[in-house]
Ligand binder design. Structure first.
Ligand code: ADP
Ligand code: MG
Length: 166
């Protein structure tokens, strides 16, 4: 059965820099095996948030939009987990294709962050973190974003998500 919401946080982010800060702070809560699904239209800031996550985790390589590849592995610089950054947009068949990618890391040892994964990768983990990013206004020049984090399952109960809103 689907896991219930264990924790939520809503945060207003005013700039790309602050989105990176949020990613760096969220990284401190993440553990190997975590699945983070990012939802938001093109240009919402999913990759910007992931870049901050990569910095917070301390992984090799700059996080960029994973164009031309479905998944990019960023190995850890220290003894933390690798970051696997997935662009599921072209992942037609969903999870099977993901498992066929032959990544040289195991997903259970990594933090897996997926853009465009809705309806495709949920079966990877019942306990997962959904992050929804909205532009606060219809003005595409506006840098204000609302970010909602929703942790599903026991993993996220008491994990400290709420503190990110502070
Ligand atoms: P996505 O991965 O959702 O398509 P990107 O992170 O690649 O989005 O791009 C977001 C774009 O919007 C960048 O050009 C970034 O500079 C800009 N931007 C403006 N305000 C913000 C914000 N508050 N957070 C994140 N990105 C922002
Ligand atoms: Mg992106």
């Amino acid at each position: 059965s689907p896991a219930a919401d264990a924790a939520t946080a809503s945060i207003t982010v005013n700039s790309p820099t602050h989105m990176g800060d949020l990613g760096r702070r969220l990284a401190k809560l993440l553990r190997p095996g975590d699945l983070v699904m990012l939802t938001g239209e093109l240009g919402a800031g999913k990759t910007t948030l992931t870049r901050g996550l990569g910095e917070g985790l301390g992984v090799r390589g700059a996080v960029t939009s994973p164009t031309f590849v479905i998944a990019r592995v960023h190995p850890p610089l220290g003894d933390g987990p690798a970051l696997v950054h997935v662009d599921a947009y072209r992942l037609g068949g969903g999870l099977d294709e993901m498992e066929d990618l032959d990544l040289d890391v195991s997903l259970s040892d990594s933090v897996v962050v997926v853009e465009w994964g809705d309806g495709k990768v949920e079966d990877l983990a019942d306990d997962r973190l959904h992050v929804v990013i909205h532009r606060a206004t219809g003005d595409t020049d506006d840098e204000v974003r609302s970010v909602t984090l929703r942790g599903l399952g026991a993993r996220w109960a008491g994990a400290g998500l709420e503190a990110l809103a502070a």
